[in-house]
Design a protein around this ligand. Structure first.
Ligand code: TUI
Length: 306
């Protein structure tokens, strides 16, 4: 069964819960365009998350999800908030959501943790996950080690719940490849940065459009929180300092608020422009509806041609 049938939506596509980017308004626009919109709680406070959920409910009558970033200092409160305010689908990232899963299941919430390895996929299946989003290291933002190509079929073989592929997918060829690996749908992020509706600064969108295959770099590999961003003076300097053995405190000045600098101020030199390796394939800014329609049509053509 494809993801769109599981969720009762038009396309088998989920929008990634991009921190500081995926507002209630954006998630509603994605859901109205036929995919699953996701509010990214990373970068929000509990109060702003509540407001964003209310905005999303107002703007769409279609299903939407909330992604809880588990490294968030208020993840606990956020987990309770989504249980209390009628959210029907929850995704999680950057950690293990098992301690919240009973509470969410009691409320009838569908749970789709993002996993970067087989062990976590098995763990969340045991705790009642409705599906897993297997995210390869090609993705933007916080990443694991395995590539999408290697991770997805191994997760598919390890669990008996639906698997959604994420990381390095931006067109119909990627969607068809994900199906070939056994996924029932895909999650996309980078391609949606370059949408008319995405509420990031135009400079950030342009940087994604201009990016090539080799334009991303992973900061924080040594420190233990690897984050894929576009190369710029800030991220190059971060990795250089990290290799020289800089301490956490020294490195913090490069990261503190740097995603906000990119998203809101359009500071492409000092900002953290989170984006995936597939940025090189994203060459124009388009409306969400067109992005999803073309991905779906192209996937069908690729499958037929094969
Ligand atoms: O979470 C993501 N992507 C993200 S979160 C984010 S916000 C952020 N900003 C700066 C630093 C850190 C985060 C931006 N992008 N994707 C899902 C994902 N989850 N990727 C990797 C993981 C993951 C990693 C380790 C999941 C579990 C895990 O370990 C589990 C454990 O507790 O040991």
């Amino acid at each position: 069964m494809k993801l769109n049938e599981i969720l009762g939506i038009k396309y088998p596509f989920i929008q990634g819960g991009m921190a500081n980017i995926a507002t209630g308004e954006f998630a509603a626009a994605v859901s109205n365009a036929g995919a699953l919109g996701t509010i990214g709680a990373g970068g929000m406070s509990v109060e702003t998350l509540e407001e964003n959920i209310a905005v999303c409910k107002k703007l769409t009558d279609k299903p939407f999800a909330v992604n809880i970033m588990l490294m968030h200092p208020q993840a606990d409160e956020m987990a309770h908030l989504v249980a209390e305010c009628g959210v029907k689908i929850v995704a999680t990232g950057a950690g293990t959501p098992t301690k919240y899963m009973d509470m969410w299941k009691e409320k009838g919430i569908k749970i789709f943790p993002v996993v970067a390895n087989v062990a976590l996929a098995k763990k969340v299946e045991k705790c009642g996950a409705d599906g897993v989003i297997a995210e390869g290291t090609e993705s933007g933002g916080h990443v694991g080690e395995a590539t999408t190509m290697a991770l997805v079929p191994q997760v598919v073989d390890a669990v008996n719940i639906p698997v959604i592929a994420a990381g390095g997918i931006a067109d119909g060829r990627g969607v068809a490849a994900a199906y070939a690996l056994g996924a029932c749908g895909v999650q996309v992020g980078t391609v949606l940065l370059a949408s008319d509706e995405c509420p990031i600064h135009e400079n950030y969108k342009e940087a994604v459009v201009k990016a090539k295959d080799s334009s991303t770099i992973v900061t924080g590999r040594i420190g233990g929180t690897p984050v894929r961003v576009l190369k710029n003076p800030m991220s190059r300097e971060y990795v250089k300092k990290e290799k020289e053995g800089a301490g956490k405190m020294e490195l913090e000045k490069y990261t503190l608020g740097s995603l906000r600098k990119a998203v809101f101020d359009g500071n492409t030199k000092e900002g953290s422009l989170m984006a995936g390796q597939i940025s090189g394939l994203v060459n124009e800014i388009r409306p969400l509806g067109e992005i999803f329609e073309k991905m779906q049509k192209e996937a069908a053509q690729v499958i037929a041609a094969l």
